[in-house]
Design a protein around this ligand. Structure first.
Ligand code: FES
Length: 280
């Protein structure tokens, strides 16, 4: 059972601005009944580009109805550009917060607004429709996922599902979501120089020295730029044992950093069958 704030309950039980605007200036539609949530947003915009009326029709849960109601209240009286500055986080905050599993309802509100504005401005494609569909179950594109990660500072695949619904169906797209997340998080790390040539036939001592050198000279400085660090604890055959320090030790995406950055780099630079494990 979700914990809802009083404000969510209020906007769910007595939603504001329900219905349609027959002579609307534009309409934005997102989601689908097949996906469980759908929202149609109608805007009436005056000659000064000000939203003088906003109404919605939605099919969805309490959070979807409350988010839609909140959105219409928030954007009425704003210019179209001012309304576009309303983020999904703003919608959630207006409601005093949403359960994290329901944050996708606030994202749906933001996307409906953008779809309506795209309709108003004669644009064929709304921002959330740009890019390639990654999650076929919910029709979520890579651009939507990247934006959700960046704007909401998401750190796990589970959070991507909470905010976009991607991955919440058959699960076939989960690997792709992890790749996008790794790519996004990897951008924060300093790109490393390509390895000229991987040495062959290393002795234990040579392997240990080379791993230590790569960690000290490349991996550690990159992590330090984000307030983290790494320390080599031991090398047991092909198993590299490390400790994450600073921001890395408490970071939700530490396992991603370990596998997609540290392990990948050591495999490229030292031996392709190395594994990296964290010791605490
Ligand atoms: S393709 Fe993403 S959950 Fe099915």
């Amino acid at each position: 059972m979700w914990e809802y704030t009083d404000k969510v309950r209020e906007h769910f039980i007595n939603p504001k601005n329900v219905g349609e605007i027959p002579d609307a200036s534009c309409v934005g539609e997102v989601g689908s009944l097949a996906c469980g949530d759908a929202l149609k947003l109608y805007l009436k915009v005056d000659e000064q580009d000000r939203i003088v009326d906003a109404k919605f029709q939605t099919f969805g849960c309490a959070s979807a109805i409350a988010s839609s109601s909140a959105l219409t209240e928030m954007i009425k009286g704003k210019t179209v550009d001012e309304a576009l500055d309303v983020s999904n986080q703003d919608i959630a905050e207006f409601l005093g917060g949403l359960p994290k599993e329901k944050m996708h309802c606030s994202v749906m509100g933001k996307e409906a607004l953008e779809a309506a504005v795209a309709n108003l401005r004669g644009q064929a494609v709304a921002p959330h429709q740009e890019g390639e569909v990654v999650c076929e179950c919910f029709g979520v594109t890579d651009e939507t996922i990247k934006r959700a990660i960046a704007e909401n500072k998401l750190n796990t695949v589970e959070e991507i599902t909470d905010y976009t619904k991607a991955g919440g169906g058959c699960g076939k797209c989960l690997d792709k979501l992890a790749d996008i997340l790794a790519e996004m998080k990897g951008q924060k790390l300093k790109p490393l120089e390509p390895v000229a040539q991987r040495p062959a036939g290393l002795t234990n001592l040579q392997r240990m020295k080379l791993i230590s050198k790569i960690i000290d000279e490349e991996i550690s400085p990159s992590l330090q730029k984000d307030g983290g660090n790494i320390e080599l604890v031991d090398v047991d055959g092909k198993k590299v044992l490390v400790q994450l320090r600073g921001a890395c030790s408490s970071c939700k995406s530490s396992q991603l950093t370990l596998k997609q950055f540290v392990e990948k780099r050591l495999r490229d630079a030292v031996e392709p069958d190395l594994t990296v494990e964290e010791v605490r």
